[in-house]
Structures are given as structure tokens and as C-alpha cells.
Design a protein. Structure first.
Length: 189
């Protein structure tokens, strides 16, 4: 453990190391005891400490950052590990939590009010710039598509079939072979 004495609100970091590669670590929740809280659990990390000297010697380590909100002496219970079928138990530790020293010769000061933090557009933009950039890119794409479709030349319309003149009546007819002029000309002759 890095420090066995803490003031009422700071935290300490405790770590454990083990050499065998097959270790069952104890399950740790958000509290170790009713008075000791776990702030951060790094989970198990397997490292190779001396790669050049022994490339097959692995080390597993786990870091816990703990704190206590009450002053006093608090016992950290022993941890139980199962390494290669054997049960290993750590020693219990005693954590000393001190209060903040108070100068009793001075008068008690009133509680300070809540500070208002100035907020600017640049603060908001620093937090939300990906959304703003994405919106501007989408807007630019829409404008580019509108300009493209407005400037594009319309396709020329082709008539389905050209009209020909009927050979007998000299009138325009889409289907000149079966036109009325042909029939009327044949009737006249």
C-alpha cells in the first residue's frame, strides 16, 4: 500500500503483485468494508517485467484506489487468491484516516456561496465541435447537390417516332402505311 495514513477525503493506492500466470483474483466490489470505498479498480494486468532476463516470467498486478469518508482506524480485510490450485491469503492492513486539522483560536467562518462559472460560446464550441462540423459538412453537401442539379443541362427529349408524309395525300402521319389517305386514295381509283 502506498500510504497507510490519509486525511479524511484524499485517497490512497494499494497494489498487489503475483508471479504465477494462473491466478484467480478475488472479486472486489465498490467497497472493501462499510467504511472503505473503492474509487478505481485497474483490473488485472499481465506484464513481462524482465523480458531480456527471463522471457517466460510473467507478473500480474492489480491497482486499487481506495478512500474513507470517516476518520479513525479501519482494517482492510485480507485478500484470498487461488494460484495454481493453492490458496494464498494476504495480511490484513490497518488504514489510519485523520481529520483536517482545525485552528480553534480563530472564529468559525461561514459557508461560502456557490460560484458561478462564466460560460462562453467558445466553451460550448470546444465541447460540441464534432456536431457543428458534421452539420456544416451536411449543409455543404446539400448546397452542392442543389447547385449541381440546377446547373445540369436537361436531356433533349426525343420523339418516339418521326412523322412521315403519306405518299398519296402528302399529309403528315405517324403511321403512314395504314393512314386514312391511303385508304381514301384507293377508294378514289
Amino acid at each position: 500500500m502506498a500510504n497507510k495514513h490519509i486525511c479524511c477525503f484524499p485517497w490512497i493506492t494499494a497494489w498487489t503483485k503475483a508471479a504465477p500466470p494462473s491466478i484467480d483474483w478475488p472479486a472486489i466490489s465498490d467497497t472493501l468494508t462499510g467504511k472503505i470505498s473503492v474509487l478505481l479498480d485497474s483490473h488485472v494486468d499481465t506484464i513481462l517485467p524482465e523480458k531480456a532476463a527471463d522471457p517466460y516470467h510473467f507478473r500480474q498486478q492489480r491497482t486499487l484506489t481506495i478512500t474513507s469518508w470517516d476518520s479513525g482506524y479501519w482494517a482492510i480485510p485480507p485478500f484470498r487468491f487461488i494460484a495454481n490450485g493453492d490458496t494464498l491469503v494476504t495480511d490484513p492492513l490497518l488504514l489510519t484516516v485523520n481529520t483536517v486539522p482545525v485552528d480553534t483560536t480563530k472564529a468559525i467562518r461561514p459557508i461560502k456561496g456557490i460560484y458561478t462559472v462564466p460560460f462562453s460560446f467558445m466553451d460550448w464550441l470546444r465541447d460540441n465541435w464534432p456536431w457543428v462540423a458534421g452539420g456544416l459538412a451536411l449543409l455543404a453537401a446539400i448546397v452542392a447537390l442543389v447547385i449541381y442539379f440546377k446547373r445540369r443541362k436537361p436531356k433533349e427529349k426525343r420523339s418516339p417516332r418521326p412523322h412521315r408524309r403519306c405518299p398519296r395525300t402528302s399529309s403528315r402521319c405517324a403511321n403512314w402505311r395504314n393512314c386514312a389517305g391511303k385508304n381514301s386514295a384507293s377508294k378514289a381509283s
